[in-house]
Every structure is written in structure tokens, then in C-alpha cells.
Design a protein around this ligand. Structure first.
Ligand SMILES: [Zn+2]
Length: 163
């Protein structure tokens, strides 16, 4: 019977599972924000295309009314009109994506925190800024304090070695 097959595969899922893979990012990660950003870029591109369509219509109108050859060359009106808009839109989109990706990569993983994250939190995949990391002082540390911590670490290591 066919029902038997589905029951036996319940315990051990096959390598190629038909169910969607679980997202690799926790719920409060930036995954949703990236999707949102992609939608925004798509909207900008659609808007640019719409402007371009209007521009083409005007171009056609200008061509057939004899007002086109007012510039240095045939495409002067295009590049000074919609053409420059398209270049600008592309440039702005590229810069936005670049900055966003760069910031998302280096900043603190705490939601809504835009500080640069330097300190990985042990036992978690997160990298936090000194403000959100529990073991990093907020207002810097004296050299003495740092050396004390280092000495403490060394002593603990020795204690583990010699039972
Ligand atoms: Zn933070």
C-alpha cells in the first residue's frame, strides 16, 4: 500500500526532503529585511522603466513633430532626459545595496543596533558590539584591567592542566 511508505519515512527524513528547508537565520535576523530591500529596489527599477516608457512616447512624439533635432546628436535628448535618470537610479541602487550589505556584515547582530560588532559571543553565532556584549566594558578598559583578565585566564588554564 502507498500509505505504508509515507509512514516509514516519518522517523528518518530522506536527504531530499520535500518540505521546505528551515531558514538558517534566527527569526530576529535580517533575512526579512533583505527581502524587503529587494522589493524596494524592484519598485525603483519598475518606476525607472515606467519613466523610460513615458520618455519613449515623448521621443516618438518629438521625432514625428520635428522637434527632435535640437541637440548636438540624435540621442542628446535621450541622455539628457530619461537616460540620465536611469544612470542615476542604477547608481543609487548599487550604492544602497553596497552600503547595506557592508553594514549588515560588520555591525552588531542585536536587532536595531548599528554599532560595529567586534566581539563574538561564545557559544552563539552572534557578533556583538561592546555595548551589547556582556563581557566587554562599555567605556574602555585600563591596561591593568586587561592584564588582570589575561592573568586570570592563564591561572584558570593552569588549574585545568593540573588536577
Ligand atoms: Zn549592539
Amino acid at each position: 500500500m502507498g500509505g505504508n511508505v509515507t509512514e516509514t519515512t516519518g522517523d528518518v527524513p530522506p536527504p531530499e526532503s520535500s518540505s521546505p528547508p528551515t531558514p538558517t537565520f534566527p527569526p530576529d535576523n535580517s533575512g526579512n529585511r533583505v527581502v524587503w530591500l529587494m522589493g524596494l529596489i524592484l519598485a525603483i527599477l519598475v518606476l525607472a522603466l515606467l519613466i523610460g516608457f513615458v520618455g519613449v512616447l515623448r521621443h516618438w512624439f518629438a521625432l514625428h513633430t520635428g522637434t527632435l533635432h535640437g541637440g548636438p546628436d540624435l540621442y542628446y535628448n535621450f541622455w539628457s532626459g530619461f537616460g540620465s535618470d536611469l544612470g542615476e537610479a542604477t547608481l543609487i541602487s548599487a550604492v544602497c545595496v553596497g552600503v547595506y550589505t557592508g553594514v549588515r556584515k560588520v555591525n552588531c547582530h542585536t536587532k536595531g543596533c548599528w554599532r560595529i560588532g567586534h566581539h563574538p559571543l561564545q557559544g552563539t553565532p552572534y557578533i556583538l558590539c561592546r555595548h551589547h556584549h556582556p563581557d566587554v566594558p562599555n567605556h574602555g578598559a585600563t591596561h591593568e584591567h586587561i592584564l588582570n583578565q589575561h592573568q586570570k585566564f592563564k591561572r584558570e588554564k593552569e588549574a585545568v592542566k593540573t588536577p
